[in-house]
Design a protein around this ligand. Sequence first.
Ligand code: FAQ
Length: 314
Amino acid sequence: MTHSEENFQEKLIEFEARIARGEKIEPGDWMPERYRKQLIRMISQHAHSEIVGMLPEGAWIPHAPNLRRKMVLLAKVQDEGGHGQYLYHAAETLGATREEMTEALLDGRAKYASVFNYPTLTWADNAAIGWLVDGAAIMNQTMLAQCSYGPYSRAMVRICAEEGFHKKQGQEMVIQYAQGTLKQQAMMQDAINRWWWPTLMMFGPHDSESKNTPELQRWGIKTKTNDELRQEFIDEMVPALHALNLTIPDPELHYDEASGHWISGEIDWDEFWRVVKGAGPLNKERLAARRKAHEDGRWVREAAAAYAANMTNS
Ligand code: FAQ
């Protein structure tokens, strides 16, 4: 072993000991290059998901059924924009620049959560997104609030507090529509039918196919696997939806007495990978909307840069 390899091993042992002691790793601290790369990958994908995630619900703001619903939806979508900002900042602490992350999203290289490539066809889709999609996001983010990287973990604590409100407003709508007129009940059931499977896909591939999980778990970034979190979500949601007389579009779903878990049928993984790779129902439209927003905002960025340059010179 060369001197520099020995030096790396020593630093790695100390780094892993810090994580084992529950210490947070902070921006200026020594970290292996793979740790930094994994975090930039995950945090930037997460930031992009929040920003693209504004689009499906944002489309319904002009069509909200009343003022209260409009105010709640506006606040929620605005929160998601804020979450994207916290997360881009967290990734910047690792050396990624805002420009390169934005470019990667706009030219289609960067991933973001597959679920946001599905259309919102009726108002009830906002209810399903709030309870199911935000519910799934919270399950994952509550875990990430414990992660070993300080800025990501602190961003998650703030984000989870706001996501709690997002989930509750969705749950409140689902409860109201599931107990409403026959038309509302049908609209709610149809939304659950369309959002159930894309929500389960949010947790990522099965553990046996998840190439990143072992490294993320080794360094305390993830403390639970994709399948563990998905199972927690299924166990929470199935009884809650059944209690409202809503059905779940999975003929194989059943309760297993021995394990105490609800066992789901198989996810359509071909569909999952198609959407992840850019060929989902609305991937092209989502990216086109982000590119347009980026172009429309160009003058604001240029004005801000000119103002900052002026302040530095004066
Ligand atoms: N969609 O090896 P794994 C929200 C990719 S926030 C697209 O298992 P990992 C708030 C994965 O990147 C939702 N791609 O990966 C909101 C990897 O590709 P790569 C976003 C996916 O990292 C609510 C490859 O597959 N949350 O919803 C997906 O161990 C309502 C192999 O996968 C986060 O981003 C997917 N579903 O586990 C906003 C949380 N799943 O990068 C608006 C942070 C997997 O190697 C409205 N991220 N892939 O080329 C994570 O927790 C993890 O990264 C996972 C994936 C769990 C997403």
